[in-house]
Write a protein of this length. Sequence first.
Length: 371
Amino acid sequence: MAKEGARIAVVGGGLAGLVAAFRLRHDAAIEVLEAGDRFGGQIDTLLADGFVVERGAEGFVARSSALPLLAEDLGLAADELIDQATLRSYGYDAVQLSALEPGEAARFLGFQVAREDLGRGIRSLRHGMGSLITALEQALRGQPGATLRAATQVRAVERAERGLQLVLADGTAVRADAVLIATPAVVAAELLAGLAGEPARALRSAITSSSVTVELAYPSAAVSHPLDGSGFVVALAAQQEGLRACTWSSSKFEGRAPVGKVALRAFFRPSPEDLAQLDDAAWVERARRGLARAMGLQEPPLHAWVSRWRDALPVFDDAHRARVEALEQALRPWPIALAGSAFHGSGIDAAVQSAERAAPSLRAMLAEATL
């Protein structure tokens, strides 16, 4: 039961923010403030012409227990969770595609994956990871006292006469008894600098990387390779124009393409200049050239979808972990918690686990707040 008159503000409407809001929805009035024009963060599924196109994250580690439990609590059917259809993967060495040993692809690309996850593949949702965001939004919109506000930028979190207040870009303020920060690290640095000082400002140096993905749709007959795997990674010496890997989406997960069609998703690590200068058409041509080199695929695609993720992927090292820990210590006088992959580990499972830990922590802070 919500504490009468209590208010919790969640800054950031990505996965972690929505999960924490969902878990706290009975404890107080909840307001989720998202700077962008949609919710979900790096989960963004497009359904188009019978294709399930993941523009962001395509799944979560197979060993995850947090995601199945969350899906169950959201009322998603058990058969919505699907396993990777094949664990075979290939490598491209500028000459040919060759089958790789289990786990070799993730190790080669430097994915921040726990050793126990190597070679086990990932899981997803039958209609795309966006189903999770839709379910979270519906649950919150159906909860009395819960509000979701997109296109609402928060400039700072400040101490107020009673509790805390969030200063918005338009100059107005939102009062809150407790605050959850579920933003990128550099955004959190600016939001919390007034309260936490140098420990907050230190997050300005958080390292991130960018990504561009290009999903291409083809008639099955246009592809000579049997696509009997999840895709291929490109050896470092063979990488051209930033192409690092390609997921054969329609082979990796069932239902990603209509009968007689295939979907292939090319992954690029772009330079800052590429991000600034290349339009969608240029990225599609880069993807086509890469698939022509690796797979001999020459035909133009039926459809193409380009997705850009600028500075969206956090890089975790000991220095970043120490900065996050120092900030959390500095925030202890206030009922403020951090949640999300920017703070507690990359990937969907880590983001959900972070939110699941933050919710009870913030609940306890709310109960004990003496501001």
